[in-house]
Write a protein that binds this ligand. Structure first.
Ligand SMILES: Nc1nc2c(ncn2[C@@H]2O[C@H](COP(=O)(O)OP(=O)(O)O)[C@@H](O)[C@H]2O)c(=O)[nH]1
Ligand SMILES: [Mg+2]
Length: 328
């Protein structure tokens, strides 16, 4: 790995490092750690999570925000996470085309994070990648996730500020409430405000938020038109700035960062253990033998993993490092 190129902001070096992270190569952890130690201004990175239903306009909105932030001289990295359509997804392709106007700008980095069949892969790779970008001093790191199922809840936990994008389209407002996502969203963008029904959704959301307000932050609800103008994008950028200030003033930013570290460790433990267990050649035979209950078998494997880890000391690779979740 050419760490000099990486430090110098070479996009290809960055892309290679992220691929290594996705492949779960053991050395990437140390590299990020090393870079982080060099980078004094780490605290300046604002990690922004953007979630919402497919087609709600997340990418268009992120594109508008990117232009604003570039105008302020900040570097912007966008990680597009779509667990459902890794790499082949039309949405990602559309994003690429849309972001083309930033293609020659070294201050903009866009990357799609695919699932690649790895267990816990997206979330762990996205976490590590955002740490890498932070270590490299990128001012804005945006994680765009498709708001379906459980994944967006998990992935949004890696952000300082979470923006939920919704639209006046039928049912969207109600969906939001059902998903229980109101608790994790810090800012609401009701996009496609050029369509009818926007006032109703804005009103509905504001009422809901008032009953959920916690920690002294009342999540703003902003109407936006990302595709033309764009309208409301500057207000959204300002709301993000205010939220970041709020996090700093209340100490919540540090709390979120430690929660993130804790969650990441927990997730890694699970991934290492799963990877280790799957690599045990006799597991299949043992699992087929009904005389030992699965619970005891699992504990025995954990014991063996711990023993191996002790024997290897610092000389070897960590137990899960040879491809967490690999079936092989
Ligand atoms: N009418 C209207 N269309 C929009 C708006 N924002 C985005 N779109 C369109 O909605 C579609 C999906 O946008 P995209 O950003 O890819 O959504 P994502 O899947 O949430 O990232 C695209 O065709 C956009 O041009 C808006 O404010 N109004
Ligand atoms: Mg998108």
């Amino acid at each position: 790995m050419d760490t000099e190129a990486l430090r110098g902001g070479d996009p290809r070096a960055l892309a290679r490092a992220i691929s290594a992270i996705e492949e779960q190569q053991a050395w990437t952890g140390d590299l990020i750690h090393e870079l982080a130690a060099e980078e004094e201004g780490q605290a300046r990175t604002h990690l922004v999570g953007v979630t919402g239903a497919p087609g709600s306009g997340k990418s268009t909105l992120v594109d508008a925000l990117t232009s604003i932030w570039r105008g302020q001289g900040r570097r912007v990295a966008v990680l597009a996470v779509d667990p459902n359509s890794p790499f082949t997804g039309g949405a990602i392709l559309g994003d690429r085309v849309r972001m083309q106007r930033h293609a020659l700008d070294r201050g903009v980095f866009i990357r799609s994070m695919g699932a690649r069949g790895h267990l816990g892969g997206v979330s762990l790779a996205t976490r590590a990648t955002s740490r890498l970008l932070q270590a490299l001093g990128w001012e804005m790191v945006v994680v765009e996730t498709v708001g379906v199922g459980q994944s967006e809840l998990e992935i949004c936990e890696i952000a300082d500020s979470v923006v939920l994008v919704t639209t006046p389209a039928a049912g969207d407002g109600v969906q939001v409430i059902k998903a229980g996502i109101t608790e994790i969203a810090d800012i609401f963008a009701v996009n496609k405000a050029d369509l009818s029904g926007v006032d109703g959704v804005v009103r509905e959301l504001r009422q809901l938020i008032r009953s959920h307000t916690q920690g002294g932050w009342e999540a703003p609800v902003l109407a936006t038109v990302a595709s033309s103008g764009p309208e409301g994008a500057a207000e959204l950028a300002e709301a993000l700035e205010r939220h970041r200030q709020h996090l700093d003033e209340t100490g919540e930013r540090g709390l979120r960062a430690s929660r993130r570290r804790r969650d990441e460790v927990v997730e890694l433990v699970g991934a290492y253990a799963t990877g280790f267990a799957r690599r045990q050649p006799e597991l299949e035979v043992a699992a087929g033998d009904a005389s030992e209950p699965p619970e005891r078998l699992a504990r025995r494997l954990l014991g063996r993993m711990a023993a191996e880890e002790r024997n290897m000391g610092s000389a070897g690779a960590p137990p899960g490092s040879r491809g967490v979740g690999d079936a092989g």
